[in-house]
Design a protein around this ligand. Structure first.
Ligand SMILES: NC(=O)c1ccc[n+]([C@@H]2O[C@H](COP(=O)([O-])OP(=O)(O)OC[C@H]3O[C@@H](n4cnc5c(N)ncnc54)[C@H](OP(=O)(O)O)[C@@H]3O)[C@@H](O)[C@H]2O)c1
Length: 252
């Protein structure tokens, strides 16, 4: 018997976590539609034997383009069983160089990019009564951290948005999950000059993400050690928390 086709749509699939997950899922028999802005990089994505990886160039900050892309996937590939929203950026920002433009650009990609995808995906999935959406946020969204004024705010907003939606979707057949990674070795973190405790290699991170996607858990976190520390840190009184954060402010 031929196994039914499973369709995954992954944004941010030209690099890092999204790319590695696209290859992992394709090797596992998924038909993967890979989106990011760089069409040439997507076209070079070659997986194992099996269903092809379908490149679909897309800028997730463009709401109309996201709607069109989702419609195209549905009509040309099939209903989307799983969408993984991994497109994102991190621009470190110090207080002395605070820029509203950086905040705007980061929110536009990391937060509104996810919102555009939710808007395009939810009606079809709700109508079908099935589908899974995994938004990649970050442990940096738990509380404010030095250099993360823009990034942390954008990820906190994603976590908040999904938490707000999940109770309403429970029982509809549409599963919503938020993935909160710690540090993972990808081009996004390669330029960081500060210490990155418990930084994971891509392979382990994607294995944890993919395993979490087989579960019914709302939140997928990895690595567990850093997640545990930051979950405790979330409970600290604000005065104590801020004193601890002072210790990791970059020295220069
Ligand atoms: N690496 C970490 O330590 C870490 C930790 C926590 C959370 N995360 C989150 O995980 C996600 C993936 O990060 P990563 O480490 O894999 O980063 P990455 O290697 O830099 O990949 C980012 C991806 O986003 C795509 N992208 C950027 N702007 C886009 C746009 N406007 N429209 C569509 N795609 C766009 C990029 O492709 P193009 O340039 O081709 O568009 C690329 O494929 C991000 O949301 C990040 O915040 C990462």
């Amino acid at each position: 018997m031929v196994a039914p086709k499973r369709v995954a749509w992954i944004t941010g699939a030209s690099s890092g976590i999204g790319r590695a997950l696209a290859l992992r899922m394709q090797a596992d028999g998924w038909t993967v539609v890979a989106s990011a802005r760089r069409a040439d990089v997507l076209a070079g994505l070659r997986g194992a034997e099996g269903p092809a990886i379908v490149p679909l160039a897309l800028d997730v900050t463009d709401a109309a383009a996201v709607t069109q892309a989702v419609q195209r996937v549905r009509s040309e590939v099939g209903p989307i069983d799983v969408a993984v929203l991994s497109a994102g950026t991190y621009v470190p920002m110090r207080a002395k160089e605070f820029s509203a433009r950086v905040v705007q650009d980061t929110l536009s990609l990391n937060t509104l990019g996810v919102a555009h995808c939710l808007e395009a995906l939810l009606p079809g999935m709700l109508e079908r009564g099935s589908g899974r959406i995994v938004a990649v946020a970050s442990l940096a969204g738990y509380r404010g951290m030095p250099t993360s004024a823009a990034y942390g705010a954008s990820k906190a907003a994603v976590i908040h948005m999904l938490e707000a939606l999940q109770p309403e979707l429970a029982g509809t057949g549409v599963i919503l999950q938020v993935a909160n990674p710690g540090f993972v070795r990808t081009p996004l973190t390669d330029h960081n000059t500060f210490p990155m405790p418990f930084r994971m290699e891509l392979e382990g991170a994607v294995a944890a993400l993919y395993a979490g996607m087989q579960s019914a858990r709302f939140e997928i976190v990895f690595p567990r050690s850093l997640a545990l520390i930051l979950k405790v840190a979330r409970l600290l009184p604000i005065g104590l928390y801020l004193r601890l954060m002072r210790r990791i402010v970059p020295k220069d």
